[in-house]
Design a protein around this ligand. Sequence first.
Ligand SMILES: Cc1cc2nc3c(=O)[nH]c(=O)nc-3n(C[C@H](O)[C@H](O)[C@H](O)COP(=O)(O)OP(=O)(O)OC[C@H]3O[C@@H](n4cnc5c(N)ncnc54)[C@H](O)[C@@H]3O)c2cc1C
Length: 406
Amino acid sequence: MIKPKILILGAGYGGLMTAINLQKRLRSRDAEITLVNKNSYHYETTWLHEASAGNLKPEQVRYEIKDVLHKKIIFKQATVEKIDIHYKSVQTNQGELYYDYLVVALGFEGETFGIDGLDKYTFGITNVNDARKIRDHIHTQFAEWASQELFEKDDALLTIVVGGAGFTGIEFIGELANKVPELCREYDVPREKVRIICVEAAPSILPMFSETLVNYAVDVLTDKGIEFSVGTPVVQATKEGVKIKKGPNQFDFIKAGTVVWAAGVRGPRVVEESDLPSRRARVAVEEDLSVPGYQHIFMVGDCAFLVNRETERPYPPTAQIAVQQANTVARNLVALVKGKETKPFIPDLKGTVCSLGGSDAISNAFGKEITGKTAYIMKKVIDNRALYLIGGLGLVLKKGKLNPFK
Ligand SMILES: Cc1cc2nc3c(=O)[nH]c(=O)nc-3n(C[C@H](O)[C@H](O)[C@H](O)COP(=O)(O)OP(=O)(O)OC[C@H]3O[C@@H](n4cnc5c(N)ncnc54)[C@H](O)[C@@H]3O)c2cc1C
């Protein structure tokens, strides 16, 4: 009997979790399962802000994909270049692959909204290499300042602008706030010379949290020396910094040695360039997460678009949703292989925890508002749980955040 070919693109939270689920639910003789990913490793995207600030080593946020897969899953390290839904084929830089069932879990790219200069002059927190570049760049700026003559020092080298006060921007700022004192000691920089400015277009920060939690976050970060500029969209980025709009015909220019753009994500271009029906590279899916008209193609994670019927708002692009969607897609693939009906995606939303650096965080998980150390410990439990779901206790012991004080 010819085995159906299941092809999974991307080994982030969505893709890797789909593969792990399938290896538990299908036997080798049921299907040929191939997982394709650009790198040989999976990285914890939700930890990248820590690596970007230099508080975690890049090695700690990643692990080899082969180490968590059984032999029945074929892993192929390759970059997906084209998805052809008519010929059921996927072109990669390592050759062409064919499928009977396809899972697209290629994650996200930074969204620049067409703002002039963002592509060229800012950093994005999207993968391990970006995180390394940000960390190294900040060190270089501090080192450059330290090497300048006393009366010729360019303090703008020590200014870091973070565009976007959503989840990623705030978590990164929290990490930076904690890192700066260490950098100041290392490079003999007076702390007051360093500016970290969070620029946000919307009138407030962290829209997913209540006013009480937002106020707590702002107080904590302001106490650590973070400046906020809200309701002031970035309109241009240059080599020297960013131009922001402060009112009708009123602009300001912030000179900065480092600008990190964390204000929005879109799906990957390879999805947009395929014949999949996408908007901002995200594909609106059916309730069972299949692509309309293509019951054998599923979208998982940040490149899937689905509206929550209760709130009538789209599910946000989060790891929590990606993992839960992966469980549904794996079950639906097993159903299709066995000639059964697929089932709808029913999420179990547990709320969100946003870290503020150090041992501080805010949380609205499980319907309760929590701040400080308790929320921070909750965040660690979530981070370790993500490892546990993929690689069990062994992976938690190898890569987990096991020190409750750090
Ligand atoms: C700094 C930061 C903090 C975050 N914190 C949280 C949090 O606390 N909680 C939460 O729920 N969410 C958080 N998120 C969001 C969360 O990380 C994403 O929603 C989640 O990673 C989406 O999972 P995914 O599987 O869709 O994509 P990803 O995890 O991004 O995986 C995509 C995979 O596809 C691979 N890939 C991409 N393009 C190609 C290609 N062309 N060929 C081959 N492989 C390719 C990538 O290398 C990657 O392995 C955070 C995001 C960031 C950036």
